[in-house]
Design a protein around this ligand. Structure first.
Ligand SMILES: Cc1cc2nc3c(=O)[nH]c(=O)nc-3n(C[C@H](O)[C@H](O)[C@H](O)COP(=O)(O)OP(=O)(O)OC[C@H]3O[C@@H](n4cnc5c(N)ncnc54)[C@H](O)[C@@H]3O)c2cc1C
Length: 229
């Protein structure tokens, strides 16, 4: 399908939100992603294809792509994304992926590094729209207190839905085994969702094996192309 670029809006730090519309109806589950192709001249070695989570919720009717735009270095793909004008199109496959919350009778621990928050934005906005809460502990790691993506939106959700709690981990204060266990102990047999830079997610996958958190109790969303948080 072709998506039409509408506008871009800066968020905190180096985060940019790109808004697209579709001429045909497009449906997705909160937490799913899209494979995009943006052909351009002089593409760098990372090429003209990328995957991005849909950070908007279905009721918003628009597809939001939320990403980091590094001021000193950006791939040719992201430079081209930045230079899109209203009405320009981008090739997109249908939404896919199973990083979705399927059962609200269960409890959850969300383990997130930085921009890995995008699937949870869609999930939480959707729940809020439906008037539903969720029993979940969000463990949220960021380099810097002043550039935590979507901090206000997340805290606002937490105020409205008391079952949802956020613990911030800043800089060298890492999400370790003790933090994972402490979050898990507040909940009943939780499912762990991990999302963020690929090296971080792989490290948690290994940690879960050591801790005995099995596949039925874990889901992983890997963002390649980023260093650890
Ligand atoms: C299922 C899925 C969902 C995803 N969802 C998202 C999402 O919602 N949001 C998101 O942002 N990403 C998401 N990603 C990751 C995304 O596809 C990109 O891989 C990521 O954004 C990096 O983009 P980029 O390769 O264009 O690099 P850029 O972000 O443009 O590259 C910046 C990075 O390149 C490195 N770098 C710095 N200088 C240089 C240099 N001189 N030469 C080469 N490299 C340098 C640095 O590490 C820097 O941080 C997702 C990936 C998958 C598979």
């Amino acid at each position: 399908m072709q998506l039409r670029f509408k506008e871009k809006t800066p968020a905190v730090g180096d985060i940019m939100n790109f808004v697209f519309t579709s001429d045909q109806p497009v449906s997705w589950l909160p937490g799913q992603f899209i494979h995009y192709t943006l052909p351009h001249k002089d593409a760098d070695q990372r090429g003209d294809e990328r995957w991005f989570t849909i950070s908007s919720a279905p009721h918003e009717g628009e597809i939001h792509l939320t990403t980091r735009i590094n001021r000193e270095y950006s791939s040719s793909f992201k430079q081209n994304l930045m230079s899109m004008n209203a009405g320009d199109t981008i090739e997109a496959d249908l939404p896919e992926g199973d990083f979705t919350v399927d059962d609200l009778s269960r409890d959850y621990v969300f383990v997130v590094g930085g921009i890995g928050i995008t699937p949870f934005l869609s999930i939480l906005k959707h729940l809020d729209h439906e008037g539903k809460g969720i029993r979940a502990e969000l463990l949220y790691a960021n380099r810097d207190e002043s550039t935590i993506p979507f901090k206000d939106e997340l805290e606002s959700f937490g105020r409205k839905h008391p079952g949802f709690n956020i613990t911030h981990f800043i800089g060298g204060n890492l999400i370790d085994e003790a933090a994972l266990r402490a979050a898990g102990e507040k909940l009943n047999d939780p499912i762990y969702f991990v999302s963020g830079p690929e090296p971080m997610v792989e490290a948690f996958e290994a940690k879960f094996k050591e801790m005995g958190i099995d596949e039925a109790h874990s889901k992983f969303d890997y963002f390649p192309g980023y260093d650890a948080v």
